[in-house]
Design a protein around this ligand. Sequence first.
Ligand code: SF4
Ligand code: MSK
Length: 628
Amino acid sequence: MKHFTTIEEMESDAKELREIACKACIDTWETRAEAQKNHCKFGEDGICCRNCSMGPCRITPKSPKGICGADAHTIAGRNYLRFVVGGTAAHSDHGREICYTLAAADKDGIYKIKDEEKCIRVAKEFGIETEGRDIYDIAKDLALVGLNEYGKPFGTLKFLERAPQERQDKWNELGIAPRAVDRECTESMHMTHVGVMADPAALVRQAMRTGLADGWGGSMMGTEFSDIIFGTPKPVKTEANLAVLSKDMVNIVVHGHDPSVSEAVAEIADRKEFIDRAKAVGAKGINIVGLCCTSNEVAMRHGIPMAGNFLQQENAILTGAVELIVVDVQCIFPALGPLSKCFHTKMITTSPKAMIPDSEFVLIEPSNAEEAAKTIVGMAIDNFVNRDPDRVFIPTHKEEAVVGYSCEAIINELDGVTNSFVEGRGTWKPLIDAIKAGIVRGAVGFVGCNNPKVRSDYSHISMMKELIKNDVIIVTTGCAAQAAAKAGLMSKEARDLCGEGLKRVCKLVDIPPVLHMGSCVDISRILVLVSEVAKQWGINVTQLPVLGCAPEWMSEKAVSIANYVVASGIDTYLGIEPQVKGSSQMMHLITDGAREMVGAGYVIEMDPAKLCAAMIDGIEKKRAALNI
Ligand code: SF4
Ligand code: MSK
């Protein structure tokens, strides 16, 4: 059997890089986490309120209420909702930027329409006339209708109609069908202002509504419109881990989330003129690699290698081999600026929303993207001569991966095995049949970040291995997806780690057992997949043997995601506790209380082995309830 990179090997690489930092007296997330390790208990439990200047108020047995009379349940509920708003705002603002990129698409510009079929399909869904019209005119109208979804005065979000009728009815019955995206964010901030909402159950309902505005609104537009501009992903080979950095090429790291930036940089770096410039300074060429979700975006559309996930961002610079790191928005450590100054690395920020001390700012927006990307790639090339070969240490571990499994791509692969069943073509029927027959026991959507509170990537990798061994197929996005890629779980050889049933299915369909579906916003793909499976099976989403899991989550976006996944009917297993423990009512509301409301809730367990066992048990219980 092939050797798969182990977590210990990854940790040994990280240790060597940490020693480089230590010798140079540079701090890293490990040293900072150590210094921060006694976290504020009030913050952890969600019972510190600083929503007005009469406070901050902290809840203790001796002072069970804030000055205004808010108790632990109100305070934890308000803090929880504000956390969700942060996530929804970030994802949805990303989606809004993609709307502007779509509006600026031009057949002679750097942003073109690569998936015309999808552009027409989504435009029709949005009620836009498409017959006999130029594709760029359709795209502009689509972008405008999309932008209107953020602030329209009446109605609910258009993409909600993609959900099964039972879910739409449930959201209407509970009053949580999201209206305009910005309205839900604003209303949530209003509700959590001093002297407004004090009922924790209502705060949890609004958290779901706001999360749904992310998943079925901002994120879904981000995904669909990105596909239209940059192409809907298809399976493509790539490699993952820091060893994808090259010792003799100009290394440019793209980091963040918005593909408008990374696509422009990647396209310019691919031009002969720039490759020749790189050769003229002694490099063998230009090597673009990705970090975090930007990496997922460019890997699944171009096979651009994935240098690593969230907690590897400093390690990339510590290799001493990075000429330039260009970032857009989200999940970018401010630590990267000062760190880059300790090496020859240039750090470039590109968004007015994310400026970082000790970096240079080069604005990238649709009107100047080509010129700005040329400037940035040129800066990287010019910087190659400043690399100090004596300070270069690139770890050797990397793994091959097949990535780019959009829903369209998975259906296409399934069609490969349904040639003889005409009625199954273009549908999820082969997957449904395999689950009904028990060859595949169920599916898990693995998402989320890394978090210094747990061993980095250990939960992702150990749990995925255990699940595929138990014939559970995995779809994954974000930093969880990169963990899988680094461990070789997205290679076809990973079939050898599967139970007999899943192994057979993966061989037949010619897929790895862990399917890469993209970046954080692309969890919207998982919503579409699960909804379509439920519709075609003829059961409710809550009945499917399908679960969500975020074992190492850390960001506000992750809590927004968890809310829309749960409200969409999928039980979600968390390996990090949400910060509401100081309220028994909130703990109930996000677990069993949510199950009473929407048929799904959180399961929270810090031990990955126990969490995984609970998931397998959860899948088997859903199967038993279906009599399969
Ligand atoms: Fe204290 Fe109430 Fe103000 Fe919060 S809103 S800081 S609990 S007085
Ligand atoms: S990048 S939100 S650390 S998945 Fe999307 Fe990774 Fe989490 Fe950021």
